[in-house]
Design a protein around this ligand. Structure first.
Ligand SMILES: Cc1cc2nc3c(=O)[nH]c(=O)nc-3n(C[C@H](O)[C@H](O)[C@H](O)COP(=O)(O)O)c2cc1C
Length: 339
């Protein structure tokens, strides 16, 4: 039994990636990820010079919402609300960051970029490759991306030009929404090697005492354990339509969550919030939880169950519906109680 996973020609010691963000912004973090036996790291996204302003962040830039809030005195929930845009250094700093990561780390390093102009995408992608990155992720789905950039125009052109310009695998990271399958198909048609599903949503929160939006006063990225129920659906839908592999991301807190992603068709899973909240050893804990599952189920690897739950999915026409009358009096009792 082993966690070894093959993904885009890379051999990974685990299917767990550290997702792009504040836990992949400096080289010491890459070392921590490696010590915890992450499969790979997607570096924090670097923005093109046109978006230089996105390299500076408001302070504070994170807020845990509903942390330990009891819902009607019972269950707990939380959301991580954040406004952190690109890698904080210059592009030169980013290229050097990749070079140093590649010198020091043995796990695969995936560069991540954002731009709008096709030539910027091309130039940045070439640099990522030249600096030695094992793959590149195109972050075309940030919840903070400017409204002026659209998938059909800016991003389709970007995927095409990047795929033509580099030899390393190209992952396309998409956001949640009703066009996910369509965008996955477009990314596949443009030659992408894999899709990452899904980035966080853009959300908003307001403080009722001051009657003002919280933190920096604008929309922010939002996610939490609950987000996986959207992304699991997107992964399931995409897995039935596309041939390229899927890297799942969103709301993973445990080995159980990773296994759900794999059962619905993801080959690798990217995690971040759980590391920010519970620490680096979340990676080794999740690895151990997956190993325990594999042993319990008599499996050699997660690859054996990739997409397995899709085979058991029903179609709307085949859902077994109950058409009998309610048991005598049941409906009236309920009405009379007024509940
Ligand atoms: C604070 C923060 C910063 C992030 N920055 C980036 C980023 O620069 N590029 C990117 O592609 N995704 C970014 N993400 C999204 C994560 O990579 C990840 O896909 C997402 O948070 C879902 O995983 P999680 O629920 O395990 O956090 C960021 C997420 C958070 C919370």
């Amino acid at each position: 039994m082993s966690l070894t996973t093959k993904f885009l020609g890379l051999t990974l010691q685990s299917p767990i990636f550290v997702a792009s963000g504040p836990a992949s912004h400096d080289v010491n973090q890459i070392q921590l990820a490696e010590e915890q036996k992450a499969g790979a790291v997607v570096l924090k996204t670097a923005c093109s010079d046109k978006y230089e302003h996105m390299r500076a962040w408001p302070r504070p830039r994170y807020k845990l919402l509903d942390w330990d809030k009891q819902i009607a005195g019972r269950s707990k929930s939380f959301s991580l609300y954040s406004y952190e845009q690109g890698y904080s250094g210059t592009l030169e700093d980013y290229w050097e960051f990749i070079r140093v990561c590649k010198k020091q780390a043995t796990i695969p390093i995936i560069g991540s970029i954002f731009a709008d102009d096709a030539l910027d995408w091309q130039e940045m992608a070439k640099q990522v490759e030249q600096c030695g990155a094992d793959a590149i992720e195109l972050d075309i789905s940030s919840p903070h991306k400017p409204g002026s950039v659209a998938f059909e125009t800016t991003f389709v052109a970007a995927i095409k030009i990047v795929v033509k310009s580099v030899k390393i695998p190209v992952l396309v990271k998409l956001g949640p929404g009703h066009e996910v399958v369509q965008q996955c198909l477009a990314a596949q048609d443009c030659g992408a090697s894999a899709v990452s599903l899904c980035n966080r949503m853009r959300g908003f929160d307001v403080d009722i005492e001051s009657q003002r939006p919280i933190l920096h006063g604008y929309y922010a990225g939002i996610g939490g354990p609950w987000a996986k129920y959207y992304t699991l659906r997107h992964v399931a839908e995409a897995a039935q339509e596309i041939k390229i592999p899927i890297s799942g991301t969103g709301g993973v807190m445990s080995g159980e969550d990773v296994i759900k992603y794999v059962l619905l068709g993801a080959s690798t899973v990217q995690i971040l919030s759980v590391i920010m909240i519970n620490g680096w050893d979340s990676i080794s804990r999740i690895n151990a939880e997956i190993e325990e599952y594999l042993t319990r189920k008599g499996l050699n690897s997660l690859e054996q169950i990739c997409g397995k739950a899709l085979e058991a999915m029903t179609s709307p026409e085949d859902i077994i519906r109950w058409s009998g009358e309610p048991k005598s009096g049941a409906r009236n009792d309920w009405k009379e109680k007024g509940t």
